[in-house]
Design a protein around this ligand. Structure first.
Ligand SMILES: Cc1ncc(COP(=O)(O)O)c(C=O)c1O
Length: 363
């Protein structure tokens, strides 16, 4: 059992305090989408809105986009809060939660903060970070209340097929557990009618998401969960304990963003396609990193064929002004996470710098 008063997130502290650099390849989100491009007039904003369980037009926009009933939508401060609420709604202190390994550190930190007993199932690099279903079957028990994973996977961007999700739903159902799928990177498939795990089995799955990563709108804190009405109601009640109301101007801006999401997506998609081409060229031209190439997403999680990752990252930053995420933040100290969501000219410069650094650091 962790001591709640000592709770902190090593990854968040790294991301906020130490991930910056002239050549930033540490971020996983798309570059910020500016307010001026959203085409908002000040007369469309207001400070105070109705006190309610979610701003109706925003819930409607989300329900419409994901083709679910409005009572299945819970809005929250980012995917982060949605994940927290989902875990809190599905498991009591001491209950068991099964979390993929490797995973996004905040999922582990949040589960531990909530006093949940964390067990793991593997997404082996040797299987391109797909879920090891046999391992999952071995790991579930009558004590399991929740299975937690990301799709796309952070840190590898691996995509899970629907039949894999179906099987995970079946495994969870066999012990009466639910499945939480963080889909914040799934938006990078740029679908106008996005697929979600909740379409696979609405009662078994809870999906979480936001406008943060794919659309560059992190400042809106526009997150949500899709869940059965029963779980959604529990999440609303827990959310009450954390903030009486949401930030109304952000909700208004989020509704506007939803009305223009296809345009925003088209812009970000074209940026990411270019960036991914540049990244692939650099990865193909070097021999220091062994990598799985994902079909989507901003991040890759290559392994250093030799040498110490911590020292490598330190030299990369000190001598070449490049930041990447050391793999220990994602539970694999032999790897680094490289992200290419930034503006293409920045990503191009950063990757050129990396192309220069790799042979020099490994000669
Ligand atoms: C898997 C995953 N979920 C959630 C978040 C945070 O998203 P939000 O800004 O919507 O809280 C991140 C950020 O890195 C992430 O990688």
């Amino acid at each position: 059992m962790t001591n709640r008063t000592q709770s902190r997130s090593a990854y968040m502290e790294f991301a906020k305090l130490r991930s910056g650099a002239r050549f930033n390849l540490a971020s996983s989100g798309m570059a910020a989408f500016p307010l001026r491009e959203l085409g908002v007039g000040i007369e469309q904003l207001e400070i105070n809105g109705p006190d309610n369980y979610g701003y109706e037009p925003l819930k409607q926009a989300i329900a419409h986009r994901y083709r679910v009933a409005e009572e299945c939508v819970v809005t929250a401060a980012g995917t982060s809060m949605a994940n927290y609420l989902a875990m809190a709604a599905c498991a009591d202190p001491g209950d068991e939660v099964l979390i993929e390994q490797p995973t996004y550190g905040l999922l582990l930190d949040t589960a531990r903060y909530l006093g949940l007993t964390v067990r793991r199932f593997q997404r082996p690099a040797a299987r391109d970070f797909q879920v090891d279903l046999e391992d999952l079957k071995r790991s579930v028990s009558d004590r399991t209340k929740l299975i937690v994973l990301c799709n796309l996977h952070n840190p590898s961007s691996a995509l899970l097929a629907n039949d894999t999700l179906q099987e995970i739903g079946r495994i969870a159902g066999s012990v009466g557990a639910r499945v939480l799928v963080d889909e914040v990177y799934l938006e990078m498939l740029w679908q106008s009618q996005p697929q979600s795990a909740v379409h696979v089995a609405p009662d078994a799955f809870i999906s979480t998401n936001s406008l943060t990563k794919a659309y560059g709108l992190s400042g809106l804190r526009c997150g949500w969960a899709l869940a059965s009405p029963e779980v959604a109601e529990r999440m609303w009640h827990i959310n009450d304990l954390h903030g009486a109301t949401a930030v109304y101007p952000a909700e208004l801006l989020s509704v506007i963003a939803f009305s223009k999401l296809d345009e925003i997506a088209a812009k970000q998609k074209s940026v990411l396609n270019q960036n991914r081409r540049l990244l692939r060229e650099v990865l193909e031209s070097q021999s220091a990193l062994e990598y799985f190439w994902p079909e989507h997403g901003t991040v890759v999680f290559p392994r250093l064929r030799s040498g110490n990752v911590e020292k490598f990252c330190e030299r990369l930053k000190r001598e070449y002004e490049i930041s990447v995420v050391p793999g220990h933040f994602f539970e694999d100290p032999e790897r680094i996470r490289i992200g290419v969501g930034g503006a293409t000219e920045d990503v191009r410069d950063s990757l050129e710098q990396l192309r220069l650094a790799l042979p020099e650091l490994f000669s």
